[in-house]
Design a protein around this ligand. Structure first.
Ligand code: NAD
Length: 248
């Protein structure tokens, strides 16, 4: 059964990793996919081709999620190109890890702008469309780190915890118009973002996870599919933890 047949979806930051996994599984379920990338045009165009070959409409947009103007322009472009928007996935994110002692002001600001301010930018930009059609699903990619914190990631943890507060507030604000807003809090997912971590540290994390493995982009994409589709039509303001049992 295709769960998103004919739905138009925007995913930020989908040239690789979790965003790419979401784009692939959504296309398999019949969704038309508009997605953004920040720098690597080659992989984004490859993905556009791959999704189009699945028989859906797909288009890559170079757009900085941290920019309010760029987000408004993106939504206008997608509305023109796709004719509507049903689902927004705020996935774009970065890390700039350091202990507070060594963390520069720029490292803090950049992470907050890219991970948290971007969610405000994109949600505000699609709001008018969702209100008009009295329907929409917004999914924000938070993190286990936003729930329990992590030494060396105070900027990242603050951005991801902020996303949860934003998610719950928007669920309260827009629920009466049948607009749902939920967050996903992935645990340790093996992507290019986590490739740069020390092998020994990564193995010790895998050992501590009750399911004894890191997650895959598909693990997160399947949770996203549930929250985007009508299967979750009575769920809003929730944080779905997808972490192999990490918090248990
Ligand atoms: P990744 O680094 O592989 O991919 C991040 C994507 O975001 C890339 O496509 C990049 O181009 C895009 N991006 C970065 N800055 C952008 C900007 N300003 N505008 C538009 N796009 C931008 O990371 P990932 O592991 O796939 O993570 C995706 C999301 O999931 C992030 O929000 C991340 O914080 C979150 N997350 C990841 C993990 C994990 O373990 N990998 C765990 C919890 C949460």
């Amino acid at each position: 059964m295709k769960l998103l047949e004919g739905k138009n979806v925007i995913i930020t930051g989908a040239s690789r990793g979790i965003g790419k996994g979401i784009a692939q599984i959504f296309a398999d379920h019949g969704a038309n996919v508009a997605f953004t990338f920040s720098s690597s045009e080659g992989p984004a165009l490859e993905l556009e081709k791959e999704l189009t070959a699945k028989g859906v409409k797909a288009k890559a947009y170079k757009s900085d999620a941290a920019s309010f103007e760029a987000s408004e322009q993106l939504v206008a472009d997608v509305l023109k190109d796709f004719g509507g928007i049903d689902v927004l996935i705020n996935n774009a994110g970065i890390t700039k890890d350091n202990l507070l002692m060594r963390m520069g002001e720029n490292d803090f600001d950049q992470v907050i702008e890219t991970n948290l301010k971007s969610v405000f930018n994109m949600t505000k930009a699609v709001q008018r469309t969702f209100l008009k059609q009295r329907n929409g699903s917004i999914i924000n990619m938070s993190s286990v780190v936003g729930v329990k914190g992590n030494a060396g990631q105070s900027n990242y943890a603050a951005s991801k915890a902020g996303m949860i507060g934003f998610t719950k507030s928007i669920a309260l604000e827009l629920g009466s118009r049948n607009i749902r807003c939920n967050a996903i809090a992935p645990g340790f997912i093996e992507t290019e973002m986590t490739d740069k971590l020390d092998d020994k540290v990564v193995q010790s994390w895998r050992d501590e996870i009750p399911l004894k493995r890191g997650g895959t982009p598909e693990d997160i994409a399947n949770a996203c599919l549930f929250l985007a589709s009508d299967l979750s039509s009575y769920i809003t303001g929730e944080v779905l933890h997808v972490n192999g049992g990490m918090l248990t």
